[in-house]
Design a protein around this ligand. Structure first.
Ligand code: URA
Length: 220
């Protein structure tokens, strides 16, 4: 896929912005204020599928021998750690099925954080992670990397549980969020469909898409 890496937002940032036409087309539809809840949910699923493809491209694999109906041949199979996929509640849950459809053996962890609308600081209210998360490649899901406060807190949570290999898939990131995450967690790989202009005074991404949770679940 066509990507842009190491964006100017941070010299050390490991950020991949997926510029593939399918991704950018679907992102435009997702941003559109006239897109219905049903369509929004479907687009989040499709975009996450495409971003997962990119985010998993360096998973370790190995050569094996298999038998086709005609002869023995070499094939490849993923050989490294198993995957733990961890959506950040609640909007990250809208991305979960897409990852599980590509990595059906993944274990799922949930991290419940909400953003205090005054301080913009994350408040942790629910955490349930696979017991063996330390032995897994962790994929965090959070559609909007805005201030980065809640994402940095979620990364801290999985690290406290022993995780050492961590990737984040977001649909849209603000430069401020990328800076924040990489200041504290420079090794975390971030895969996004877009790095947007910045944040407004309420911490919303501009141009963004509004509140991802509300648009996914039809709440307001
Ligand atoms: N969370 C959202 O859902 N949207 C934003 O723009 C920022 C944080």
């Amino acid at each position: 896929m066509e990507t842009r890496t190491d964006l100017e937002t941070s010299a050390t940032a490991q950020v991949t912005e997926v510029m593939h036409p399918l991704v950018q087309h679907k992102l435009g539809l997702l941003r559109d204020v006239t897109t219905t809840t049903q369509m929004f949910r479907q687009l989040v699923n499709e975009l996450t599928l495409l971003l997962t493809y990119e985010a998993t491209k360096d998973l370790a694999d190995e050569e094996i021998e298999i038998e086709t109906p005609l002869e023995r041949t070499a094939a490849r199979r993923i050989s490294g750690k198993k995957v733990a996929v961890c959506p950040i509640l609640r909007a990250g849950v809208g991305m979960l099925d897409a990852v599980l459809s590509l990595v059906p053996g993944a274990r799922v962890g949930f991290i419940g954080l909400f953003r205090d609308e005054e301080t913009l600081e994350p408040v942790e209210y629910f955490v349930k992670l696979p017991g063996d998360i330390a032995d897994r490649d962790v994929i965090l899901l959070d559609p909007m990397l805005a201030t980065g406060n809640s994402t940095a807190a979620a990364i801290e949570t999985v690290k406290r549980a022993g995780a050492t290999s961590i990737r984040l898939i977001a649909l849209i990131a603000a430069p401020e969020g990328i800076e924040r995450v990489h200041r504290e967690h420079p090794e975390v790989l971030i895969v996004v469909a877009s790095v947007d202009r910045g944040l407004n005074e309420k911490g919303y991404i501009l141009p963004g898409l509004g509140d991802a949770g509300d648009r996914l679940y039809g709440t307001k």
